[in-house]
Design a protein around this ligand. Sequence first.
Ligand code: PLP
Length: 368
Amino acid sequence: MNVPFLNLKDAYIELKDELDAAYQRVMESGWYILGREVEVFEAEFAAFCGVRHCIGVGNGLEALHLILRAMNIGPGDEVIVPSNTYIATWLAVSYAGAVPVPVEPDERTYNIDPGRIKAAITLRTKAIIAVHLYGQPADMDPVNVIAWKHGLSVIEDAAQAHGARYRGKRTGSLGHAAGFSFYPAKNLGAAGDAGAVTTDDDKLAERVKLLRNYGSGVKYQNTCKGFNSRLDELQAAVLQVKLKALDEWNVRRRGLAKSYIEGLCDTGLTLPNAPEWLEPSLHLFVVSHAERDELQQHLEKEGVGTMIHYPVPPHMQEAYRDLGIRKGSLPISEQMAGKVLSLPMGPHLSDEQLLKTISVAREFFNKK
Ligand SMILES: *Cc1c(COP(=O)(O)O)cnc(C)c1O
């Protein structure tokens, strides 16, 4: 039995009847972009997150970009970002014309360390983007306090944390605005690219709505220079169906994580350890070990698929050479990149696949 790192087809099989009916409904409607399906999904996802507004957009990167634009963040401004995130968080800032300023994570949570944010704030700082990495909500209370003291906006990158909770509140409701991705592999995934912005701010929501559609609220009346980042009806219809399954799927992910932790706690691997007041979405189950590469090869050889999130931090990418951030200057994220390993995780991972992954990993440590 092989254990694929990810299996997206099983979600389709589970919901086949409803999904098939959803796209048939859209195809037969003759209306394909920004229509009734998008409106229904936006209302449902806003209610799910516990916020007043959800605006469907083209993808997760655009969600973050449009939030920054709507906040009038641009050239000459700085935005604080985690040093160990997926590069999209940084790219959104660059798209807007601002400069991403990295802050190192807390090694235990992989999330931005609130204690390090103050030192990164300058007169040009306008916002902090907190990423709920791997599905574990960032420590938002101290982030919001620092932001409030310095007059900064707080943006959540919730692309990996649909349905997660921080002190009882859903991600998407923990800052001024949040960007979600519905890339197929995320906890709530479309059948293609899709994203959304959530916020309680009426004005910001209105601005994002204009910006996603050429700066136009009324056809052929353009009040600002907008973009084309619209959500299409097929994706919105698929997302309506999958949203109904999301909480149950996240419960399954948390159950699998608990079994992983029980099965691997005596191996020497560093395991995820969310405090009780967090309800992570377990987008990824990430372990860490100095002999990561050897462990990955062993798992691979035995038919267990794994991935590394992420092998190269953004500041060491060719794309960000212009920032001139030298190797060695962000040691925590650089070391993490050499040690982290994502084990198979998803609502359709079977108990047998989980047990095989645990036993193959244990074998690696027993041999030594
Ligand atoms: C997936 C992801 C994004 C980008 O989402 P896309 O829909 O692929 O543009 C942004 N941030 C994080 C943390 C992500 O995981």
